[in-house]
Design a protein around this ligand. Sequence first.
Ligand code: SDX
Length: 428
Amino acid sequence: MGKNTVTLTNNSTNESFEFDLIECTRGPKAIDFGKLFEKTGIFSYDPGYASTAGCKSTISYIDGKNGVLLYRGIPIQDLVAKYKFTDICSLLISGELPKDSTESAEIDLELRHLSFLHEGLINIFKAFPDGAHPMANLSSAVGALSTFYKDYMEIDNDDEYQMMAKRMIAKIPTLVAFSYRNSIGYPNVYPDISRSYVENFLFMLRAFPDGKLKRTLQGEVEIDKLEVEALDKIFTLHADHGQNASTTTVRNVASTGVHPYAAISAGINALWGPSHGGANEKVLAQLAEIDDAKNVDKFIARVKDKNDPFRLMGFGHRVYKNYDPRAKVLKGLKDDLAKKGIKMNNKFSDIAEKIEEVALKDEYFIERNLYPNVDFYSGIILTALKIPVSLFTPIFVIGRMPGWCAQVIEHIKSGARITRPRQVYEGK
Ligand code: SDX
C-alpha cells in the first residue's frame, strides 16, 4: 500500500502539492512539511507551535482530550503508585524500569554517590546576594557544571549519555539545597548518603550546620517517611511532559551541538516563567490574595473581565483540554496526607477546591476547556512538606531533570538538524 499523503492546493495559483502523512503509534498523525518551502515557496505559520511537531519522540505521551499521560507507554497513575522517582529516572533515561528491588536500591545508591559537588563550584553561590531567587543561581550553577566536569561534553556513546544523565539527576538536589541555603545566609549541609535520594534532599534543606536535624528533649526529630513518599510522588509527576516550552528549549539549544549542561541550564530559565513552571509559586500567592473561599466568586469575575489581565494560575493548559491527570493525583495526595496527619493549610486547600468547584461549572472555563493543571495543588502539598515557596519551581527542576536528560539524548541520537525556524516578514 502506498504512503498516505495529503494534497495542498494554492487557490491563488491553482497549483497542488502532495505531502506525506507521518505515521505514529498514538495520537495525531503529522504532515511532513520538511519540504514545504522548497516545493511551494511558502512557509507554514504556527506561532507558539500549537499544531506543529518539531521532533519525533518515544519518551512521554499526552492525550490532551482524555487527560492521559504516559511515560514510555505506562500511565503515570500506575507508575506513581508502584515506583520510586529514581526508578522513573531509569525508565526515562534507559527505557527500562529496574527489574527488582535490588536493582532499584542500586540505582538510588549510585545517584547518592554522585550527589556531591566540586568544592570550587560551591563558591558560585557565595557570589549571589541573600534573597537571590534560587532559580537564578541554579541555572548559573548548572551552566558552570561544564567548567568543573569536563567529561561528557561531547557525548557520542550510550555509556557517556547514561553517565551525563546520572550526574545531572544526582547533583540537582544538592544544587537546589545549596542555592536555597545560600539565599537565606545558611551554611551548606553536605549530602548524607545513608539517606535515600529524596530523603537526602529534605535532609540538606533542613539539617543544622552540625548535620543534625531538629532536636527535642526526646532526641533528634527524624524526617517523616510520609513526607519523603509525598515528595517522591511529586518528582515523578513532573518527570517529563512531551515538548513543553522548557523541553523544547533544551532540545533547541542541544541542536546547536553545545554540551548538555548549557542546554539544561537554558531549560531551567525557560521553566522559571509564570506561564510555565513558575506558576506553582504564583498559585500560592494567588490563594493568599484570595484569602477566603467566600472571595472566590469575585476573583472568578475578574478572570472573565476582558479589561482585567488577571488569570487563574494553575489553570488551563496548551494540550490538556481535560483535567490534568497529574492534578488529579496531587489533589488525592493532598487529601491523603491530611488524613494521615500531615498538617495542611486548610484555608488554602478550601480556597483551591472552591475555585475548582466554581470554575468547572462556569461557561467561561467550560467553553475554553480550562481545568486545574499540575501546578494547581502542588504548592499546597509542598507547603505542608515545609518547602519554602521560593523552592517550588526548583522542585519542578529536580522532577523534570530526568525528562530533560532523556530528551537531550533522544535529540542528539536522532541526528536532528539545528533548530532554525523562519518568519513572516512584515518590515520595510
Ligand atoms: C506547565 O506545556 C506543558 O506541558 C507545561 C507543563 C509541563 O509539565 O511542562 O504542563 C507545566 O507549564 C503548566 C501550566 C502552568 N501555567 C499556568 O498555570 C499559568 C496559567 N495558565 C495560562 O496562562 C495558560 O493556560 C497556559 C499558558 C498554560 C496555556 O496558554 P495557551 O495554550 O496559549 O492558551 P491561551 O492563552 O491561548 O488561552 C486560551 C483562552 C484565552 O481566552 P480567549 O482569548 O479565547 O478569550 O483561555 C484563556 C485565555 O484568556 N485562559 C485563561 C487561562 N488560561 C487560558 N483564562 C483565565 N485563567 C487562565 N489560567
